[in-house]
Design a protein around this ligand. Structure first.
Ligand SMILES: NC(=O)C1=CN([C@@H]2O[C@H](COP(=O)(O)OP(=O)(O)OC[C@H]3O[C@@H](n4cnc5c(N)ncnc54)[C@H](OP(=O)(O)O)[C@@H]3O)[C@@H](O)[C@H]2O)C=CC1
Ligand SMILES: O=CCCC(=O)O
Length: 290
């Protein structure tokens, strides 16, 4: 099976390499072309534009930063729409349901097929083919690309109509972002009240709220180390989109709103490109230490 792949950031690079390792042919495109070089070493071909990739490949996957990037790659000159007739497009970026629906409608109007398939799981699960895939849209296309999803992920869900994958992803990340803030406050409270934060991590890990994120991020947060697996700017984007979903559905989300403020503050401190656990640094800012 041959796949096009648009967007070689932290996630896209790992996912495209996985496909190549498992024998898929992959033609790549990235806005910053130099990021293609490493994948060429792994056997990828390079397309000059999203349009040329779609023209060449029956299936094209996208893994782009946000709604604006996802729309631009589809609708701009030399974009996906130009050669989509009869082709299949799978957008795995985290976007809101409206963005996904706009892309879906435009692709279908031009005779193409569309699946949204955002993922849960970060850099390491992407490298290990252990993502959780939250697909929605064209069920026949979902069934066709399952061999690729089986390589990229440990479990795929088909959630029905376009928008449901996007919504599920935003709900999950809204919970994750709120948890990260509570965790960060807990670590800071332990430290400031004279406790050993390492012991806090041990205690948490033995109890009912033990979880993979605390286990993975706790030790690096104690070292003030925030090498990006999931960039903070993307977590804040997901909080913002989840809060908009809450607005639409009249769901009061004071905890998520407070978490969003903390991520915004972290961005204003220049921490957007660090891992989302760098929100911990907002608690060390002067107005928290007096
Ligand atoms: N990192 C993670 O743990 C996870 C991320 N996600 C989601 O996956 C998506 C990608 O995340 P990640 O790989 O971490 O992000 P990165 O920031 O590492 O990569 C973003 C990608 O989007 C491209 N891009 C940005 N703006 C544009 C644009 N206007 N036109 C074309 N391309 C553009 C970038 O190109 P360029 O190289 O030129 O900048 C790059 O390829 C996001 O939606 C994120 O929320 C989902 C699950 C986990
Ligand atoms: O969108 C990013 C999710 C990161 C994760 O699930 O660990």
């Amino acid at each position: 099976m041959e796949f096009g792949f648009l967007g070689l950031g932290i996630m896209g690079k790992a996912m495209a390499i996985n496909l190549l390792r498992h024998g898929f042919k992959v033609t790549i495109w990235n806005r910053t072309l130099s990021k293609c070089d490493e994948l060429v070493q792994h056997g990828a071909s390079v397309g000059e534009t999203p349009a040329t990739v779609v023209k060449k490949c029956k299936y094209t996957i996208a893994m782009l930063s946000d709604p604006s990037a996802a729309l631009s790659v589809v609708f701009d000159k030399d974009g996906v729409l130009e050669h989509i007739n009869g082709k299949c497009y799978i957008d795995m970026s985290t976007v809101d349901a409206d963005t996904s629906s706009k892309i879906s409608e435009a692709i279908k109007a031009k005779g193409g097929y569309f699946l949204e398939a955002p993922v849960s799981g970060s850099k390491k699960p992407a490298e290990d083919g252990q993502l959780i895939i939250l697909a929605a849209g064209d069920k026949a296309l979902y069934d066709e690309v399952l061999p690729a999803f089986d390589v990229l992920g440990k479990k795929s869900f088909f959630l029905g109509e376009v928008g449901n994958g996007a919504k599920m992803k935003l709900v999950v990340n809204m919970i994750m972002g709120s948890m990260m803030n509570a965790f960060s406050e807990g670590i800071t409270l332990a430290e400031r009240s004279g406790l050993n934060p390492g012991t806090l991590l041990d205690v948490l890990d033995l109890g009912a709220i033990s979880n993979g994120m605390f286990k993975l991020k706790g030790p690096t947060m104690l070292q003030n180390s925030y090498s990006p697996a999931f960039p903070l700017k993307h977590q804040q984007k997901d909080m913002r989109l989840a809060l908009a979903l809450g607005d639409e559905n009249a769901v009061s989300m004071p905890v998520a709103a407070a978490a969003n403020e903390a991520f915004k503050k972290a961005r204003s401190m220049g921490l957007g490109d660090l891992d989302f656990s760098a929100v911990h640094e907002t608690l060390k800012a002067p107005d928290h230490s007096s």
